[in-house]
Each structure stands twice: as C-alpha cells, then as structure tokens.
Design a protein around this ligand. Structure first.
Ligand SMILES: O=C(O)c1ccc(O)c(O)c1
Ligand SMILES: [Mg+2]
Length: 640
C-alpha cells in the first residue's frame, strides 16, 4: 500500500514535516508548492531531503487556472507550466496536479478544455512528466469529477490523467459509484480527506475543516471502494487543509493520518473481499465488552482520601498485591486498583510524578486479549510492557493516546485468574452489598480540544465502537465539547471525551493542573438509584449538592410530580429522559485537581449521558471549589 500525505496537512518547517511524515510510516509526500516556495532551499536540496527520509515525491501541486483561458492568458499558462515541469525534474517527481479553473476569465466548453490539455500533454511528454486534472468542487466550469473525466477521456493522451479527491466529490454529494466506470490506469493519483458535515461555502469548508478519513462524516469508505473497483493501485494521498492540524503537533497529525489510511483500507478490504487491496491483513475491530478494572496512581497521603471516598461508595479493600504497594478495591464487577508505588521505576510512578493522583490505566474486557493487541498494533498503537516480578501475569497492553495505558483482559486461563494470582485476599469483616454498584457505566476523559480527533480515530479504528454526535456543554468559563464513543452492543464499553481549549472551564482547569489528558470521572452503574442513594448516605457519602432551582425547572420540563422531584432533590439526584427511557445521576465531590465519581441508573434504553444536566453539575462543582466553599470531599467530617 503506497501511502502519501500533502505537506499542507502538517504543521512546522519543511524538514520537520518530512521527519514526521517518514516517522509515521508514509512512503510518499505531495509537495504543496507554497511549502516549497517558502522554504529556503533549491529544488535539488529539497529532493535530497525527501530522499534522505526514505520518501518519494508523489505529486507536485497545485497548478491553477489553466484550462479554457482566452489569449493571452492561455499562452501564459503554457509558459508557467514549462517552468514548473523543469522544477519537477529537479524535485524528483513526474506528476503535477492541475486543479480546475476558478478564474472569471475561464471560457468553459469541454472541447476547448480538452484541446488545452491535449497541447499540455505534448509539453508534458517532452519534459517526461505527467499531468492530472482535478475538479475543484468550486471550479468555475468544471466542478464534478465526471466532467473532469470526460475531458481527460477526450484528450486520450498517456501523459494526461484524472486526479480524484474525495472531498470534492463527496462535498457535492456526487455518487462515488460513478467512479467505478473510470479505468484505473487513467487515475493518476487519489487524494483523500474527510470533513464534518457543516453547511457552509464549499471553498471555506474545504480549506479549513477537512480532516482525516474516519474523523468526519463523509462516506469516504464508499468513495474508496469505488476507487478500488477501478483497479487503481497508486498512492493514497491525504490532502488535509485544517486550521487546527496546521497548528498541531506534526508527529501526532502524521500518525493520525497513517492510522486513518490503514483503517480506511481495512474497511474497504472487508467490504470488497474480491478486490485486491494490499492492506496488511489484521484481526477484526475489537469488541469491547466493558471496563474490567481501573487503576489509580497516588501517594500514601492522597490514597487515604481516595480510599475514604471509595468506602463511602460501598467499595471494600479485598486484595493486596503480592509484590507491589498496590491494593484492590472491589464491588460486584467493579475493580479499582490503587497503586502507591511512587518510588519505583514504573509507569505508575512516572505518571504520578507528572500528573499527580490520576486514573492512568484501565483494563478492557475483550474476547481475546492477544488478538486485541495485534489489531491495535496493526493500527500503529504502541505496545506497553513493564518488567514483571515473580508470580505476575503478562497482560497485553497498549499505550493509549496521551499518557495512559489500556490493558486487555479475556477469559483465558492466565488472564481470568490474574486477581487471584497477583493479589492476596484481604479478609472483609462485613462484605456489604448495600451500595449496589454493578459495573463501570462509562469513563470520561478530559482532553485538549485539538486531541479529540486523535482519540476518536484511535478508539473507532481499533475497537468496534461508534461515536455519538458531538454535544456542546456550556461552562461559565467557556465551551466544553463532549463526544461519546460506545461499543455497538450495550452494556459494553462507553467513553466520553470532553474537549476543552482553555483553562477557565472546570474541565480545562483539571487538564491544566493535571498536565494533560486524563480520566476526569468514572461513572458506576446501579439498577436502583434510590436504594444506592440511601445506602451511600448511610455510609457518609456526600453527594455534589444541586441547586433547588434545578428541581423546580425539572418538574416543569418533564411534568414530574412534586413527590418525585422531592425524592430526587433529597438525594441530589439529577434526572433526564429520552425517547427510550430515563437517566439518574449522582455525583461525588471532587478529589485532588477535580476528579470525581458519578453513579448512574439507565432505565429501559436511555442512550445518553445527561448532557442537559452538565451545566448544573459544573455550577455546583464551581461553587464547591471556591476557596471559601465547603471542603472538597469532606468524607466523614461534615454531613448534611
Ligand atoms: O483549495 C484549493 O485550492 C485546492 C488546491 C489543490 C487541491 O488538490 C485541492 O483539493 C484544493
Ligand atoms: Mg485535492
């Protein structure tokens, strides 16, 4: 599989871009003329730089406003082309992209355009280069790949071909299956980009909002299936104009891009098994059945606070690690691992050193842990492993995006028995089940807004998950964008990502003070929120207090009876409802830099996360975190 990416897609100076592109595993690069012009080196030096990185130049672009011009502009177009062809020779590429004319002087007419390309084909042949014609979605006369193809077909010159770009076709909602009748050898290169569905001017949309295949809403898989059906086997080249990417980390963007192409071709290969696609075979997307455990790293002092909170939530310490200063807290199917090994040479201790107390790792329950690791690695995820001491089980793991670890657990003999093998049972005097928490409903990660797409692609490409629509949550300090990712069947795995771009929001403060992406809250499920609330109260749990105004509004909004809303209010339970069912939420107070727990009950098939309630939760958290506010967790000390 030949993979390529345009230099415009990546931030940084030319050498930095090339290093990131090569490192991510691409074999080629499209040189966008401006990136080359603004870099102070000769074409030969640039060619050497590209070669030094083990890359090839797949395309030089764009050449604008060529076809259908009146004289003398027409003649000038050929003069310009000649000069570019010379540069291409030195750059070491034989392909130039000509995008359809947007000039108000362009005359239109398919035969006129064909005759211009006929003449250009001759010129190209004389320079031993080829030209490819791309229909820009906003081209003046040619803005549809079918018209561009008709021109190329009429030219019928070996040095003139078609260039397809998924954005231009899909943004105009042109049926990609129209590509299937084009001969693959007349397609000189295929550019790929996705984009979120936003109703706006095509040019503006294209120049600012493109993203990697799989990150947006366009049917890029259908587009690529059609391309594959033509027999095209040239480079797949990402051409992503995106303001955020342009300011992002070159390495991260390049890695996302490479992952997006592999995932795209994996989808195509599965949907078109009869076509020869040379994507490496890999296991299916991983079915994520749920969160098997969560691991905190903390120190001895903060551990006390965490333990106290866990105890009010009905967890009991049931295990002690055989080798390490690690304790296990359990309740029904939920396992919380508390790691206080802050001195050792472990990832837990380095995570603690950088971020302080945080939930840095979790274990995902899957069908086959080793296969899950294989899938993840096929998509560019890095294996995570640490030295083991005697008696410890090797658990397959990968690095999550950011500084996190995802372990894979399954029902195989060694992994299933890990809890008995690695932990000494701690006798529990009175094993209570009053709190009735059953499993992890979801984990919520706070991240920089510009890392959200990275996470989204990571999860959806490796795991059998889908994303819910993005939701805006208004925090008095700014906007928080919330995106849920869920396994296809529930109960399974659910993760919400909250993306922030400033430190004034509650989530933004957590991100800034914790120095990076991390799990900010963990939601446990109960099947009886009122029984849980009563049990927690008896245990001294202090819910996040919710304002009376909230309940007045709730009553009116959903037509709740005053008795019911009083019951909710008595336990600080938030409420929501969708077409399918009802949702109940209780929040804990915060620990450390803003971490908290949530307890939820989903009745019938409620599918969301109570986004309507988020502003009330945030307001309450802000009230409590004010310096003059009530102590944060206040376990035991202060009730009522
Ligand atoms: O936005 C543009 O002008 C532009 C230029 C070259 C391309 O290949 C393209 O898809 C868009
Ligand atoms: Mg293009």
């Amino acid at each position: 599989m030949k993979t390529s990416i345009a230099t415009v897609s990546i931030s940084g100076e030319f050498p930095e871009k090339l290093a990131a592109i090569a490192k991510a595993g691409f074999t080629g690069v499209e040189i966008f003329e401006n990136d080359f012009l603004t870099y102070d080196a000769s074409p030969r030096q640039v060619a050497a730089l590209v070669r030094d990185h083990g890359l090839e130049v797949t395309l030089f672009q764009p050449f604008r406003d060529f076809e259908g011009m009146p004289e003398p502009m027409r003649a000038r177009g050929f003069e310009r082309a000649k000069r570019k062809f010379d540069i291409m020779g030195e750059l070491g590429t034989d392909l130039m992209l000509i995008c359809s004319n947007v000039s108000p002087f362009a005359l239109g007419g398919i035969d006129r355009a064909a005759s211009d390309f006929q003449q250009l084909g001759e010129l190209a042949a004389a320079h031993a280069v080829r030209v490819g014609f791309e229909a820009l979605a906003w081209g003046r006369h040619v803005n549809d790949h079918r018209d561009a193809w008709e021109i190329v077909r009429r030219v019928d010159h070996v040095n003139v071909g078609l260039i397809l770009d998924s954005f231009h076709t899909l943004a105009r909602k042109i049926d990609p299956n129209t590509i299937r009748s084009i001969p693959g050898d007349k397609i000189f290169i295929v550019q790929l980009a996705d984009a979120p569905l936003i109703d706006m001017d095509l040019l503006y949309w294209s120049r600012h909002f493109r993203n990697m295949p799989g990150e947006g809403d366009l049917p890029v898989v259908d587009f690529m299936r059609a391309v594959a059906a033509t027999g095209y086997d040239g480079p797949l080249s990402l051409e992503i104009f995106n303001d955020q990417f342009r300011g992002g980390s070159p390495r991260a963007i390049a890695e996302d891009g490479h992952r997006s192409l592999i995932y795209l071709m994996d989808c195509v290969a599965r949907l078109e098994p009869d076509l020869s696609t040379d994507v490496p075979a890999m296991p299916n997307r991983v079915r994520a059945a749920g969160v098997e455990f969560l691991e905190f790293t903390t120190d001895e002092e903060q551990k006390l606070e965490l333990e106290a909170l866990l105890s009010t939530l009905g967890f009991a310490k049931t295990g002690k690690h055989i080798n390490r200063s690690v304790d296990l807290f359990t309740q029904a199917d939920i396992r919380i691992v508390v790691n206080t090994d802050t001195k050792g040479d472990t990832f837990a201790s380095s995570s603690y050193a950088v971020h302080g107390t945080n939930a840095y790792a979790y274990g995902m329950k899957v069908d086959d842990a080793r296969v899950a690791g294989d899938r993840a690695r096929s998509l560019g995820a890095a294996t995570f492993s640490e030295p083991r001491f005697g008696g410890e089980v090797a658990v397959p793991a990968i690095q999550g995006v950011g500084n996190s670890v995802i372990y894979f657990l399954d029902d195989s003999d060694d992994l299933k028995t890990i809890w008995d093998r690695e932990f000494v049972r701690v006798p529990v005097a009175d094993p209570a089940d009053d709190a009735r928490l059953t499993r992890v409903d979801h984990i919520a990660q706070t991240t920089h807004y510009d890392e959200m797409l990275t996470w989204l692609l990571f999860y959806t490409s490796i795991f059998e998950t889908r994303r819910a629509p993005m939701i805006d949550v208004i925090d008095p300090g700014g906007l928080v964008r919330s995106q849920a990712i869920e396994s296809l069947t529930q109960p399974g795995f659910r993760l919400t990502m909250n993306g922030v771009d400033n430190r004034k929001t509650f989530a933004g403060k957590f991100l800034a003070e914790g120095f990076g992406t991390s799990i900010q809250h963990i939601a446990f499920a109960t099947q009886d929120i009122f029984a849980t609330a009563a049990a927690l109260q008896a245990r001294g749990f202090q819910p996040l207090p919710i304002s009376r105004n909230y309940y007045d509004d709730l009553e009116a909004r959903f037509g709740l009876s005053p008795e019911f809303s009083d019951r909710l209010r008595a336990h600080s339970i938030l409420y929501d409802r969708d077409e399918a069912g009802e949702y109940f939420q209780i929040y804990s107070r915060t620990l450390g830099q803003g971490f908290f727990f949530e307890i939820v009950e989903r009745r019938v098939g409620y599918a969301g996360y109570g986004a309507m309630n988020a502003p009330f939760r945030i307001a309450a958290q802000r009230r409590l975190s004010r310096p003059d506010g009530v102590p944060k967790v206040g376990v035991g000390k202060m009730r009522g």
